[in-house]
Design a protein around this ligand. Structure first.
Ligand code: ZN
Length: 433
């Protein structure tokens, strides 16, 4: 694990039970001075991001492409409705992508495998378009695009050619993620458009039932009531595995008024699957990429503790603040504090910004300033030039999930936290979750 990360220089400063932490109040951590530093960095970062995006032929995804920047500005607006400049920029980027798509090399783009997910598929951009039309109250355009998205649902559920796995990056849960985000971001609009809301709810329910049933019917040996495979392996992490799938199931159920008779047995299976997942924790607090694999190597969102913690924090609020989930998240975060300063870079999926979200999410539920201290410690290092130089340059250095786009997303959350303090906490989610 050591060669994958840089030693945390703050390790000696605190331990979870250190008296130092009680002296670190929210106010002393969220200082005006830090706010100023972060504002300036964010302005520079946004300029860099705007000028260094790939073109539509190369990458149109949220994960590594231009749609990620569009999603960044959309969030910036949604989280601060006064930031109309962010909305304007989001629309400019979206319209540019749509124009470019019409003139793009379609042969090149069509060669890519059928891509149905929010993060890695064409449906990411489609979802952003749907949300933008709801903001502008363009009912016809909203319905038009929503139909394009929903018309895929039956084929995805039936999966006749066996081409869709269940994980988030390429599979059914990545399609479900689109529908969940629309429910969340278009709530007010949907309240006034009941027909669209009902259709959306039907699709979400269809997917929940399909994903749960397939998880129960998993034909190979497992102790988990729900299990899935990606590339013929039982993955556990956030992006290809059980943790991400359980997260999406909880969000999907929460977004519906699901019949109690249906919900109770599903909740039981989710709960027991979470118990199984927690049981795979390694002595360091990290999680293996697969249950059979006891190798304690990867501490990143796609494989390891940073991909399980958002699910545990979600389970804590979903299952009536059952403390076992938050306790497990806290224990697991030790691995990130020790080994989470990845040389892979600053990204969300396998980088330091994504890892810092584990601390921020624990802060969201516990409100203990130590978690904010840990988040800010990682950010402080990322903003230190001599430290940043030690990091490798990712394949997509300006992207949301691999590059500095992830850092901008994190800084934006922190700036809003400075301004609105704990009132902002409900808005904090792992990016796109
Ligand atoms: Zn990754």
């Amino acid at each position: 694990m050591e060669e994958r990360c840089i030693e945390n220089p703050f390790l000696g400063d605190i331990s979870n039970s250190s008296p130092v932490t009680s002296e670190r109040t929210l106010e002393s951590l969220l200082t005006k001075q830090l706010h100023q530093i972060h504002s300036n960095v964010l302005i520079d970062l946004e300029n860099d991001l705007r000028h260094n995006q790939p073109n539509i032929n190369d990458d149109d995804t949220v994960y590594t492409g231009i749609a990620g920047l569009c999603f960044y500005y959309l969030n910036k607006y949604v989280k601060d409705n006064n930031d109309t400049q962010a909305l304007q920029t989001c629309k400019e980027i979206y319209n540019q992508i749509i124009t470019d798509t019409n003139t793009a090399d379609n042969n090149k783009r069509k060669k890519k495998k059928k891509r149905i997910t929010f993060l890695h598929g064409v449906n990411g951009l489609l979802t952003i378009g749907i949300i933008l039309h709801s903001i502008d109250n363009n009912v016809n355009d909203f319905v038009n695009l929503l139909n394009q998205l929903q018309s895929q649902c039956t084929e995805i559920v039936d999966n006749l050619e066996d081409q869709y796995p269940f994980e988030i990056l390429f599979g059914k849960c990545g399609y479900l993620q689109c529908l969940i985000l629309i429910k969340r971001y278009c709530r007010t609009f949907l309240n006034g458009n009941v027909e669209s809301k009902n259709l959306l709810d039907q699709s979400i329910e269809l997917l929940i039932m399909d994903i749960v049933q397939n998880g129960r019917d998993y034909p190979y040996e497992t102790e988990s009531p729900l299990m899935y495979e990606w590339h013929e392996s039982q993955y556990l992490g956030g992006i290809h595995g059980l943790s991400g799938i359980l997260y999406m199931l909880m969000c999907a159920i929460e977004s519906l008024d699901l019949d109690t008779a249906k919900r109770i047995p599903i909740d039981k299976d989710i709960q027991d699957s979470l118990d199984f997942l927690m049981g795979t924790m390694l002595p360091s607090g990290n999680f293996p990429s697969r249950p059979q694999n006891k190798n304690d190597r990867l501490v990143q969102f796609c494989h390891g503790a940073p991909g399980v913690i958002p699910t545990l924090v979600k389970a804590y609020s979903y299952f009536n603040k059952n403390p076992k989930y938050l306790d497990c998240a806290i224990k697991s975060s030790n691995a990130i504090w020790k080994h989470g300063l990845l040389v892979k870079g600053s990204g969300i999926c396998h980088g330091i910004s994504g890892n810092a979200y584990s601390f921020l999410l624990i802060y969201k539920e516990s409100k203990d300033p130590i978690w904010l201290f840990k988040t800010l410690a990682f950010v402080k290092l990322l903003l230190t030039q001599s430290f940043f130089k030690l990091l490798n340059t990712p394949d997509n250095p300006y992207s949301l999930f691999e590059g500095v786009g992830g850092l901008a997303y994190l800084l934006n959350d922190l700036m809003n936290l400075y301004q609105s303090k704990d009132a902002y906490l409900p808005q904090i989610q792992f990016p796109s979750y």
